[in-house]
Design a protein around this ligand. Sequence first.
Ligand SMILES: Cc1ncc(C[n+]2csc(CCOP(=O)(O)OP(=O)(O)O)c2C)c(N)n1
Ligand code: SF4
Ligand SMILES: [Mg+2]
Length: 306
Amino acid sequence: MGVSLKRIPKKKYLMPGNAACPGCPETMGMRYLKMALGDNFVMVIPAGCSSVIQGIAPKSGIYSSILNIVFAAGASAAAGMKAAFEALGRDDVNVVVWAGDGGTGDIGFQALSGAAERDDDIIYICVDNEAYMNTGIQRSSLTPYGAWTTTTWKGKQEHKKNIPMILIAHGVKYVATATVGYPMDFIEKVKRASQIRGFKYIHLLAPCPVGWKFDPALTPNLGQLAVKTGLYPLYEFNQGAFRLSPIAARYKDPSKRAPIIEYLKPQGRYRHILNDPEALRRLEEYINEVWKWVAMMEKHYGAGKG
Ligand SMILES: Cc1ncc(C[n+]2csc(CCOP(=O)(O)OP(=O)(O)O)c2C)c(N)n1
Ligand code: SF4
Ligand SMILES: [Mg+2]
């Protein structure tokens, strides 16, 4: 099912003058979310940059119904809200959790895991800017190896936690990866997820100019480079069937991938490892491991095997 740019709503969903920094990927992602779902959804937002962009009631920087919730309760609050809508006979309303990487992989993880295991009928979107940005760029379990944060001065020593893989292991209906670098791909995935009953998870890579230290004009380019270098494969696991997304499929072939340095160089958070062969080797090794996992998924759950 393709989505035509001409047919997505033109309505503006973010108010001018909201609290987001220039080039903010979270406001881009929220716009695309609204383009995909229209008005018939409620957003559940735990603490993070998006809850600040949202603003303080009764005013709001976002044209949407929003429940602002404590960090640990994003998925459980959404599950309860969905049950309440169903009790009211309104099961047409999508309930969407919009949580950061800290809110997803660390502090909200138990609620996320519980909702996934119960197959609660919600869409959970992790807006992954790879650190606790709202409180001043602290490391999270989704910060990648080598990246500087205010709590990893010499670069993080551990690799990124693979949340989509963990969610697939829960046996949920739908898991996908996306980035603000490819808006139409993200919009299509949100639309597809909204048509499935049960638990849906979308991981949205959201390059943050402040925390990653790059020129704010480059936000979409960095999302695209994460895919082109092979660091971040785009895929869908839809009701037992795994497939690489068409724009990412060519990077299965290592010779088609952009060199990792093209992704690292524009980002100040990697400045200290650009001339460190061992750090670069570890990142290359990480890419190889990610693609081994993709190959395993294609072998067992690829087209026709779901
Ligand atoms: C239980 C709890 N611990 C800490 C905080 C402080 N806090 C508010 S926002 C935030 C960072 C959120 O990071 P992330 O989820 O990655 O979202 P981002 O700000 O990066 O969008 C933190 C630590 C809090 N509100 N509640
Ligand atoms: S710190 Fe990053 S994610 Fe947060 S508002 Fe600024 S640009 Fe957006
Ligand atoms: Mg974050």
